[in-house]
Design a protein around this ligand. Structure first.
Ligand SMILES: [Zn+2]
Ligand SMILES: [Zn+2]
Length: 247
């Protein structure tokens, strides 16, 4: 292994506050490495290939797996959480769990691929469009990743957080407005920024200590179907979209 990220959930596993983790555990679920050896049945990978390793392992036999949804496998195990992860010299994984990296992405940058996929997935599920008003509630690792992806799509992004330095970074990265919820009334400010925001998309992510749940519900109907929903991308919920169809 050549690099592994430190995720918010790793901090929880280290401190014994992550309910999902079992112990003893080698953490690390954003993993980058170089192939050192291949088994007899390996077909495409070769020694020296730089790869990222899928954190999710699935059984391949249950109903979700039969529908190609190994990410919600009945027997799902996450490397670094339920089974050992990437904070070690060597790891043995199936070939199918490895993705070859282009030379243009460094090992350290490649660690961010996993959170970036969460950001892309949450923007896709939110069916984000150019004229939407998006509120990102929390600007930690995932919130700022979502900002980077969302700013490629959407022109009107508000970022709320409790730390001014994070809000300054958010502005530099494409947030049109920022709100420090410790000093400003979130609801009032959003209403001032966009009087129709309540009928638009509310996107919440990465709640951290000091945040309460946002004092509103998303009032927007999804484009497909008629489900209201807050898109909660806090790490605890792994991008689970509450109250929506096809979660
Ligand atoms: Zn993580
Ligand atoms: Zn399965």
């Amino acid at each position: 292994m050549t690099a592994a990220g430190i995720c918010g959930s790793d901090v929880g596993i280290y401190h014994g506050t992550n309910a999902a983790a079992t112990y003893p555990r080698i953490i690390g679920h954003e993993m980058v490495g170089v192939v050192a050896e291949t088994g007899a049945s390996v077909q495409k990978l070769k020694v020296g290939d730089r790869v990222i390793v899928n954190q999710v392992t699935s059984c391949g036999h249950c109903y979700p797996c039969s529908k190609g949804r190994g990410n919600v496998c009945d027997h799902l195990k996450v490397r670094g959480v339920h089974i050992d992860g990437g904070y070690r010299e060597f790891i043995a994984v199936p070939e199918a769990d490895c993705y070859i990296l282009p030379d243009s992405i460094s090992d350290r940058d490649a660690v961010m691929i996993e959170p970036t996929t969460i950001a892309i997935q949450s923007c896709t599920r939110a069916e984000l469009e150019k004229d939407d008003m998006l509120l990102i509630y929390g600007s930690g690792a995932l919130g700022s990743s979502i900002l980077k992806i969302a700013s490629q799509i959407c022109d009107h992004i508000i970022v709320a957080d409790i730390q001014d330095d994070k809000l300054e970074t958010a502005k530099a990265n494409g947030a049109e407005h920022t709100i420090n919820v410790l000093n400003e009334d979130l609801v009032e400010k959003v209403k001032r920024i966009h009087p129709y925001a309540w009928s638009n998309r509310i996107h919440r992510c990465c709640l951290q200590q000091g945040f309460t749940d946002p004092p509103f519900k998303c009032h927007r109907k999804r484009r497909k179907g008629h489900h209201h929903g807050i898109f909660n991308c806090s790490h605890r919920d792994q991008s689970v979209c509450h109250n929506s169809q096809g979660a």
